[in-house]
Design a protein around this ligand. Structure first.
Ligand code: SAM
Length: 252
C-alpha cells in the first residue's frame, strides 16, 4: 500500500488528498465578503501590493494583443486592474477552482463593463485546461499557498507560458523587521480571525488563512521552487517589511 502523504492545512496536519476540499470550503464560505475582507484585513494595503503586480505585468497600452492567465484569480480583482491598466488588446482569463468565487467575479465584471475582456473559468492550478505556450503572462496573487501541490502548479504555469514571457506571484511572506514581526504576529492571530468572524461569520476560515501564511516557505526557498519548475532570472521583492513578496521568473 502506498504511504499516505500529509500536508498542512493551517496548523493542522491533514492527508494531502484532503487539503483541496478544506480550502474549497474556506473560499465558498467567504466568497461574498472576500473583497471587503481584503480591504479590512490589510487596511487597504492589498491595493498597493496588487498595483506593484500590475506594474510588473506591464500590459501594452496599445491595442496589441496581450493574454494574461490569472491563476487562483478568485473574484477577478487582479484581472480588472490589469484590464484597466492595459490597452484594447488586453484579455485576462481568471482560472480558479472555486465556483462561488468565480460567480462573484462574473457579477463584478458585468457591473464594471469588463465582460468582454475578462473570462472566468473553473480549473485546478495543478492541472490547467490550457495548451502549452498559450499566454503572454501568468500571475497568481495570494493563491499559491492554498494549492496543495505547489510544485505542480509552478510546472503548469511554466508549461502554459509562451517563451520569453514572465510568471509573477504575489504572496504573503515573512516579516523581517524587528518589532514589526511581533506586531504582525499579534495582528494576524488576535485581530484577523475576530474581524473575519464579524464580517463573514466564519472565524475558522480566517484562522486558516493566517496560519497558512506562517506555513508557507520563506521567500528564498520559494524562489528556489520557482527555479526548479524551469523559470530563469528568478527574483523577488519584499514589500511592507516582508509582509508580502512579489516573485518573478522568466521562461527563457
Ligand atoms: C486568497 S484567494 C486569492 C484571490 C485573488 N487572487 C485575489 O488576490 O484577490 C485564493 C484563491 O485560490 C483559489 N484556489 C485554491 N486552490 C486552488 C487550486 N488548486 N487551483 C485554482 N485555484 C485555487 C481559491 O478558490 C481562492 O479563490
Amino acid at each position: 500500500m502506498a504511504a499516505r502523504e500529509d500536508t498542512h492545512f493551517g496548523e493542522q496536519t491533514v492527508p494531502l488528498a484532503d487539503k483541496q476540499g478544506l480550502v474549497d470550503e474556506v473560499f465558498h464560505s467567504v466568497a461574498r465578503r472576500y473583497d471587503l475582507m481584503n480591504d479590512l484585513m490589510s487596511g487597504g494595503l492589498h491595493r498597493a501590493w496588487k498595483d506593484a503586480l500590475v506594474t510588473a505585468v506591464n500590459p501594452p497600452k496599445s491595442d496589441k494583443p496581450f493574454t494574461l492567465l490569472d491563476l487562483a484569480g478568485g473574484t477577478g480583482d487582479v484581472a480588472f486592474r490589469v484590464v484597466e491598466a492595459g490597452g484594447g488588446g488586453t484579455r485576462v482569463t481568471v482560472c480558479d477552482i472555486n465556483a462561488e468565487m468565480l460567480s462573484v467575479g462574473r457579477e463584478l465584471a458585468a457591473e464594471r463593463g469588463h465582460e468582454d475582456a475578462v473570462t472566468f473559468e473553473q480549473g485546478n492550478a495543478e492541472e490547467l485546461p490550457y495548451p502549452d505556450r498559450s499566454f503572454d503572462c501568468v500571475t497568481i496573487a495570494f493563491g499559491i499557498r492554498n494549492v496543495p501541490r505547489i510544485e505542480r502548479a509552478l510546472s503548469e504555469a511554466f508549461r502554459v507560458l509562451r517563451i520569453g514571457r514572465r510568471f509573477l506571484c504575489l504572496e504573503f511572506s515573512s516579516v523581517d523587521v524587528p518589532g514589526l514581526d511581533k506586531l504582525y504576529e499579534l495582528y494576524s492571530f488576535q485581530v484577523i480571525p475576530r474581524v473575519g468572524e464579524a464580517v463573514t461569520g466564519d472565524r475558522e476560515a480566517y484562522q486558516y488563512l493566517v496560519e497558512s501564511i506562517r506555513k508557507f516557505p520563506k521567500p528564498k526557498a520559494f524562489a528556489q521552487m520557482i527555479e526548479t519548475a524551469g523559470f530563469r532570472r528568478v527574483s523577488f521583492k519584499a514589500m511592507t517589511g516582508g509582509v508580502v513578496a512579489l516573485h518573478s521568473g522568466w521562461k527563457l
